[in-house]
Design a protein around this ligand. Sequence first.
Ligand SMILES: Cc1cc2nc3c(=O)[nH]c(=O)nc-3n(C[C@H](O)[C@H](O)[C@H](O)COP(=O)(O)OP(=O)(O)OC[C@H]3O[C@@H](n4cnc5c(N)ncnc54)[C@H](O)[C@@H]3O)c2cc1C
Length: 290
Amino acid sequence: MKFYRPTSLKQALKVLAGDEDARCLAGGATLVAMMNANLIAPSALVSLAAVKGLAGIAKRKNGTVAIGAMTRHQAVADSDAFDRGQAMVKEAASHIGHPAIRNMGTIGGSISHADPAADYPTALVAVDATVTVESAAGKREIEASRFFTGYLETALAPGEIVVAVSIPATPSGAASAYEKYARVQGDFATVAAAAVVALERGVCSFARIAVGGCAPTPVRVAAAEAKLVGSKLEPAAVAAAAAAIAAACDPIDDFRGSSAYRLAILPTIVARAVATARQRAEQRPAEQRP
Ligand SMILES: Cc1cc2nc3c(=O)[nH]c(=O)nc-3n(C[C@H](O)[C@H](O)[C@H](O)COP(=O)(O)OP(=O)(O)OC[C@H]3O[C@@H](n4cnc5c(N)ncnc54)[C@H](O)[C@@H]3O)c2cc1C
């Protein structure tokens, strides 16, 4: 196996363009474990550690927050760049694994691996994030909801690298919550729910919900969000939204819970995420209240 440590994206893309079996090495938290378990044997590893410009968090004038692919989970969890709707991504980062993993894993590595029980995919789909990918042929933008295509599968084409993730600003007064149910602290989610809501005079004017751990990709259902907009987020409206999401889920049975168990707890996890987001929206600063 060959090992490359390029210092520019151009060099990294050139190696990947010339070898379909080469893999990017980001934090190594998953890739190295899979190699140790003989699950994969790449022909070459292209370390992204020394590639300039891939790490860091920047807030643009329009409120969009751009996160470089090599940004560690802990840096996202510690960042003040996010508005209150976007802050769900920061909250999701703080739930990933334990401190060693958060200091090792990167957002690019997490979403490229695309585990449906991982925290970023669910959060990014809920906040309408966009993934920027680049290959020797050029750059393209992919909506997070289209980036995750199946169990451990993404829209990445051979030779493409994730370079950044962009999170658009949420409406004034929006707030968010990420609710994760896991067997033990530090484990992947059995079920997770990510919610963003905004309220105007007690009535929901904006809603985004995604659920993780219940299908090969994060599940987001427009009809569920439509059930919340115009409601006062009363239990019946939230239960109807959760039922619409559950109808689109197809959970597996595994050691984290059976399919039936996941579907049984999903409404509670969704309701908790919406309730926390609502509570945070109601606590917004006076200048943001309608
Ligand atoms: C003990 C343990 C507990 C964990 N707990 C959680 C958890 O609770 N929640 C959670 O969400 N995650 C969890 N993880 C996963 C972890 O957070 C990392 O996100 C994940 O391992 C991948 O990130 P990485 O940077 O280490 O990527 P790597 O392991 O280096 O790479 C993973 C895959 O992505 C590819 N890749 C990496 N970067 C790029 C890029 N920029 N462009 C294209 N392809 C790329 C690699 O080729 C490889 O196929 C856990 C991992 C471990 C080992």
